[in-house]
Write a protein that binds this ligand. Structure first.
Ligand code: GDP
Ligand code: GDP
Length: 454
């Protein structure tokens, strides 16, 4: 386990990372079995991207951080869910739709040995409507003999096919070189200008009230920024004024356009959630107080934690809350949301507009915590005091000491402790609790990493 990567972003200049850009996003689309996961593995050059042996199994993760010749990017694998033959067109189309909305560049993978199928042609029609760059990847060209088959894919009308072998690596470097000429340095989808509006994702399971909140917030003042001028698509993001400030709500297209899928709906919901988090700085997770908290709610919150974004919890449909339900709700919060007790909570009604104005201070608090930097001197004073009061317990005759600590990154605040031995997970949690007691960090996850000195 490598805890040191965070040091790459270490700097003493707080402004240097105040505007940490959103990484550009490459999405991979294609029907099952064309070699999408093989390609993900090849591009990332690591085993972590699972190749699923069992068809029909949902991969949990869909986005990965990658690096190619010093260019960093996010790779979104939309193919984690294998539809059966019946729903295949609809689900591959839904994949393509997510990719078009949320990626800067789309890689469309076709099996050159099989040639274009009717499902492929279906996707091509969707991809032709977008002005996002689309690369046609002709996979399974393991040697020159299959090159003519790749060339035959010219007739899909998506331009030059790139013959590759995801399995053996052939052609992948050339294809990526071409992709990187079209990939912006900073995600254009997120339009992360310095000093630009802060980016908010509204998340939650179906029917919690996401579109109601969006509509209420937008009201008459809705400022629509159409990213895809000249197409008929919905805008990907919307800029809305709230509390006298413009905010960028990411992936509102995903909220406004309801995709009705008979199968795989959960997978696509999760895909959208993760992809929207890539673009966001802070997430508002909406919960429906008229319903018991569900596993799905907790899962969405956990996706936010995994993404390291700031978090605000919005308890919606407050107008439906009666005394009995309220008692249950309090218990549910204690039981299921204890691990995010640091997240600001706002009780709202998207329908009546109740307390919507409270969202703004909650968002601001969460973002401020997320941006926080604690100077190294102050942090070490904190560590010294903490270890004097509560030394690490002795384990097997040894007592690991913390030599030095520093905040290696913000967004979210990430600390690194240099130690003489492995710190107990319990002790690391204790340090996190103490950090929150002293510094608050309301609305932001915090990370405490450790580096053991040899
Ligand atoms: P996905 O369903 O699109 O993610 O496809 P997979 O990556 O799981 O690949 C499907 C099958 O095609 C697997 O048996 C792979 O080993 C095989 N495959 C993938 N890429 C290549 C390739 O470049 N050449 C050959 N010969 N087989 C490949
Ligand atoms: P989404 O699927 O998360 O976008 O949810 P919607 O915004 O479409 O809302 C689902 C349903 O819940 C609709 O019938 C809304 O009118 C209703 N709804 C949303 N917010 C509230 C609220 O605050 N109070 C009540 N009573 N109903 C609400």
């Amino acid at each position: 386990e490598d805890d040191f990567g965070v040091l790459d972003s270490a700097t003493d200049d707080p402004d240097a990372i105040r505007y940490l850009p959103a990484l550009p996003v490459i999405a991979i689309v294609g029907r099952p079995n064309v070699g999408k996961s093989a390609l993900v593995n090849r591009i990332l050059g690591r085993r972590e991207a699972v190749v699923e042996d069992t068809p029909g199994v949902t991969r949990d993760r869909v986005s990965y951080k990658g690096e190619w010749l010093d260019r960093r990017f996010t790779l979104v694998d939309t193919g984690g869910w294998e539809p059966d033959a019946k729903g295949i067109d609809a689900s591959v189309a839904a994949q393509a739709e997510v990719a078009i909305d949320l990626a800067d560049v789309v890689l469309f993978v076709v099996d050159a040995r099989v040639g274009a199928t009717s499902t492929d042609e279906h996707v091509v029609r969707l991809l032709r409507k977008t002005d996002r760059p689309v690369f046609l990847v002709a996979n399974k060209v393991d040697d020159a003999r299959q090159e003519p088959e790749a060339a035959a894919l010219w007739n899909l009308g998506l331009g030059e096919p790139f013959p590759v072998s995801a399995l053996h690596g052939r052609g992948v470097a050339d294809m990526l070189d071409a992709v990187f000429t079209k990939l912006p340095l900073v995600s254009a989808v997120a339009k992360d200008e310095v000093g630009g509006p802060r980016r908010v994702a509204i998340l939650g399971r179906p029917n919690v009230g996401k579109s109601s909140l969006l509509n209420k917030a937008a009201g008459e003042e809705r400022v629509v920024v159409n990213e895809l001028a000249g197409t008929t698509r919905d805008p990907v993001d919307e800029q809305i004024e709230l509390g006298g400030k413009i905010w960028r709500f990411v992936d509102t297209a995903g909220i406004r356009r309801r995709v009705h899928l008979q199968q795989g709906a959960d997978f696509y919901a999760s895909l959208r959630t993760q992809a929207a988090l890539e673009k966001a700085e802070v997430a508002v997770v909406m919960l429906d107080v008229s319903q018991p908290l569900s596993e799905q709610d907790v899962r969405i919150i956990d996706l936010v934690l995994e993404s390291g974004r700031a978090l605000v919890l919005a308890f919606n449909k407050w107008d439906l809350l009666d005394d009995e339900r309220r008692r249950y709700l309090e218990r549910e919060i204690e039981q299921d949301l204890a691990h995010v007790s640091w997240a600001p909570r706002v009780n709202i009604s998207a329908r009546t507009g109740r307390h919507l104005e409270k969202l703004v201070p909650a968002l601001e608090t969460a973002l401020e915590s997320w941006d926080t930097r604690i100077p190294t001197g102050k942090f070490n004073a904190f560590i010294t005091e903490l270890t004097q009061e509560h030394p690490h317990p002795v384990r097997g005759g040894k007592q690991p000491r913390i030599l030095f600590g520093t905040q290696a990154a913000s967004r979210p605040p990430t600390f690194v402790l240099f130690t003489t031995g492995f710190l107990d997970p319990g002790y690391r949690r204790f340090i996190q609790r103490r950090l929150r007691e002293i510094y608050g960090f309301e609305g932001s996850p915090i990370v405490v990493n450790m580096r053991v000195r040899e």
